[in-house]
Design a protein around this ligand. Structure first.
Ligand SMILES: Cc1cc2nc3c(=O)[nH]c(=O)nc-3n(C[C@H](O)[C@H](O)[C@H](O)COP(=O)(O)OP(=O)(O)OC[C@H]3O[C@@H](n4cnc5c(N)ncnc54)[C@H](O)[C@@H]3O)c2cc1C
Length: 408
């Protein structure tokens, strides 16, 4: 046990960062209760690309082999425009021959994390939507929708996602504007192995208004993404499937076997994203992690990885520091530079891929197309994809086996 001793910790949100943090903190001997609003915790969302960073945390949790078995190895990112010109072509092998990403369906990642949580001493309390957090005498009590109070806790870790309501309650100065564009996605069977040869996250782009992505997620499945303005994604608003199919087939005729499996509007799930900026990671004993703290657009495929790293670094900081205040300060020091970089980079790049400005698409094709051949830029782009950046000028490296070191 660390010098801090045993803490009573509440965690809000059983998505990615929440269950990882709860399991790691329980393993360290703390008393942990995880609150989730759903009666049955369940994954929502698309397939995810896990980077060497997120994979290292899964390995630390003892989930690496299962994830590797259930997911799809991804060697890089390949983006072509409507003329067939390469816009993005990044390979993890440029960092280390053994490096890779992993496409994983969110339900699989969630199942692994939930089982891991259930093997720990943490308690999962479902059907508990936390609507407020009250701070008294250096501790925090959470209040659920029925008015029931839980706690007090020495530390409350809020991991309730990008659309966090608790962020507004606890940190009114936080900013979390909605991006004007979001996406729809569906996971379909890849019967002919179209999306796994090559084993890449593939994108087809037409200007900045049209983008389709294919991410193999293992077990013969592939997640198909399609970019849309947020206004078109309001719940209940129908999607013109005939128009979508025609547009998708024109953009990517070779993917017809996948496109044609998406039968109707209900086959698509919808997502909007926020650009989250907090004035600080914590207010007293209430700490924000994951998308609640630093939601971004998914353009760089980092959110789940950042959330997993938050969970790990929090457990390391609590183990290393003498008191809670020092632990939270240490956590902030260790996480801030890389999180700041990914927030900024995502925000800068997103309009190049999702916007109705007619000049941005061609400008992107020209700039990124040229950057592929610029000797200094390529390693920066690849280390950005792999989750290794610490800032615009510095990055971590992979170890001798091509893996991310968690003590980096
Ligand atoms: C289309 C799309 C594609 C993406 N692709 C990638 C990718 O390739 N790679 C990647 O790393 N990331 C990707 N992301 C981002 C990734 O999904 C998020 O970063 C990640 O899910 C954040 O995890 P989290 O635990 O912070 O929040 P979430 O996963 O959103 O979990 C929040 C949890 O909190 C619960 N909750 C919410 N409010 C309350 C409350 N008041 N009380 C109790 N429980 C509550 C929710 O029910 C949920 O279970 C993508 C996102 C989208 C939308």
């Amino acid at each position: 046990m660390s010098p801090i001793g045993t803490l009573n910790i509440g965690v809000v949100g059983c998505g990615v960062a929440g269950p990882a943090a709860a399991a790691l903190l329980a393993d360290a001997g703390h008393h942990v209760t995880l609150f989730e609003r759903f009666s049955e915790p369940a994954p929502s969302g698309a397939g995810l690309l896990l980077q060497p960073t997120g994979l290292a945390v899964l390995r630390h949790l003892g989930l690496g082999e299962q994830a590797d078995r259930l997911g799809a190895r991804i060697d890089g990112l390949l983006g072509l425009n409507q003329l067939g010109h390469i816009v993005l072509d990044l390979a993890y092998a440029d960092l280390h021959p053994a490096a890779y990403g992993l496409g994983l369906h969110r339900s699989v990642l969630f199942g692994l994390l939930l089982a891991r949580l259930q093997r720990s001493t943490a308690t999962l309390t479902t059907d508990a939507e936390i609507v407020d957090i009250v701070r008294e005498a250096g501790r925090a009590t959470v209040i659920d929708r029925t008015g029931r109070r839980h706690g007090p806790f020495d530390l409350v870790v809020v991991a309730d996602g990008a659309h966090s309501r608790l962020r507004e309650r606890v940190m009114p100065r936080a900013r979390a504007p909605l991006y004007p564009w979001g996406c729809i996605w569906a996971t379909v069977a890849d019967k002919r192995g179209f999306a796994t040869a090559p084993a890449m996250l593939q994108q087809r782009l037409r200007g900045a208004t049209t983008m389709m992505g294919l991410l193999p997620v293992g077990q013969g499945l592939v997640t198909l993404f399609w970019s849309l303005p947020a206004a078109a994604l309001e719940p209940g608003r129908p999607i013109d499937m005939d128009a979508w199919r025609m547009d998708a087939l024109t953009l990517w005729p070779e993917a017809a076997g996948l496109i044609e499996q998406v039968a109707d509007t209900d086959s698509f799930a919808r997502a909007t994203y926020r650009h989250v900026a907090l004035p600080s990671w914590n207010v007293g004993p209430v700490l924000f992690i994951g998308d609640a703290a630093h939601g971004t657009s998914p353009q760089l495929g980092q959110g789940a990885n950042l959330g997993l790293l938050d969970a790990l670094v929090l457990s390391q900081a609590l183990a290393a520091a003498a008191d809670l205040g020092s632990a939270l300060a240490l956590f902030a020091r260790r996480r801030s530079s890389s999180v700041r970089f990914y927030r900024q980079a995502s925000h800068l790049l997103t309009p190049l891929f999702q916007s109705d400005q007619p000049l941005l698409g061609p400008a992107r094709d020209a700039l990124l197309g040229a950057a592929r051949f610029a000797p200094g830029l390529r390693p920066i782009m690849t280390s950005t994809l792999a989750g290794l950046r610490r800032g615009w000028l510095s990055a971590d490296t992979l170890d001798a086996e091509g893996r991310y070191r968690l003590d980096s």
